[in-house]
Design a binder for this molecule. Sequence first.
Ligand code: NAD
Ligand code: WQD
Length: 335
Amino acid sequence: MEVLVTGGAGYIGSHVCVELLNSGCEVIVVDNFANSKPEALKRVQEITGKYLKFYEADILDKLALEKIFSENNIEAVIHFAGFKAVGESIKIPILYYNNNITGTLVLCEVMKMYNVKKLVFSSSATVYGMPKRVPISEHFPLSATNPYGRTKLMIEEILQDIYASDKQWSVAILRYFNPIGAHESGRIGEDPRGIPNNLMPFITQVAMGKREKLSIFGSNYATHDGTGVRDYIHVVDIAKGHLKALEKIMKTRGIETYNLGTGVGYSVLDLVKNFEKATNKKIPYVISEPRLGDIAECYANPIKAKTILNWSAEKNIQDMCIDAWRFQVNNPEGY
Ligand code: NAD
Ligand code: WQD
């Protein structure tokens, strides 16, 4: 089966490409390297020993997408391409709305033209806004606290409307919690530009000595140690979830939403301690002001994905720390 992966050179996309190739799929990637490097795709092929077809193009470029669909027998699309930095989305919302929403519209338009109606979409736990309780199930109320989150919410609604208008579509919306870690080869992983926004890449850069200390954003939350609690999940588990979702949409029609999380919450301090234990590295930290828009606790009820997709996370927090660290050590300057 030929699968188009938009944003396949990115952090999660590259790990999904590895799993797709290992499962025998033919993989076609479209990426404009807005937030990634060609090296990631070279390494995906090196890890798997398999060939991957690649187009350097922007998903906003309709003609370029038409060319990709006309030159291949694409049966399904896994759609990662988009911008993802919450803080940046507040500063440059127009770019975020255009890239994420228009990009998805152009993609869906071209899919429809070529009668490809199987789609897996990357959504995020951010669509739960400020949840009233945890663990979070898929039917919980949705809201957004920033433009990035709003793009995900709007795209989810757009996909619902597309399916309502044409019941031939089959769509899986995957809401990831906090993906961290890297492929166990240490060849592909998260390669943030500049100062990392997210916790794990910040920790690995402190451990490398690239940054002096971690700032822990707030210690007075209503959690077991006062620091924010999240559902960290190994990126390879997330990648495997995509294969299960793909399997499902190839056999069915409809639109379904699934949480991809472990169901277990760890605080910032828990993650720091686990990282120190896994790597034997000390992480100096200071407590600073809470980050605007952050919530105390966010973790999934992952039962729907377990029941319907037969997927659940297999790797633990130590695996996540060891693998994130291996990628950082092997690639001190990123790709
Ligand atoms: P990433 O930035 O590493 O990957 C996104 C890829 O899309 C990059 O390679 C980038 O170059 C490409 N891209 C962006 N705009 C494009 C365009 N217009 N045309 C072609 N390519 C384009 O991000 P990621 O962490 O791999 O996330 C993948 C998806 O999952 C995103 O949609 C993101 O919003 C979503 N998501 C990520 C997280 C997370 O914590 N990493 C959590 C929830 C959801
Ligand atoms: C985790 C915890 C911070 C950095 C974000 C997006 C979300 C999704 C995943 C895309 C929080 C604390 C962090 C630091 C810290 N992405 N922290 N010091 O905020 O849960 O989710 O990424 O969809 O939409 O919002 O992840 O890794 O930024 O933070 O103390 O330097 O670590 O306060 O409690 P978050 P994160």
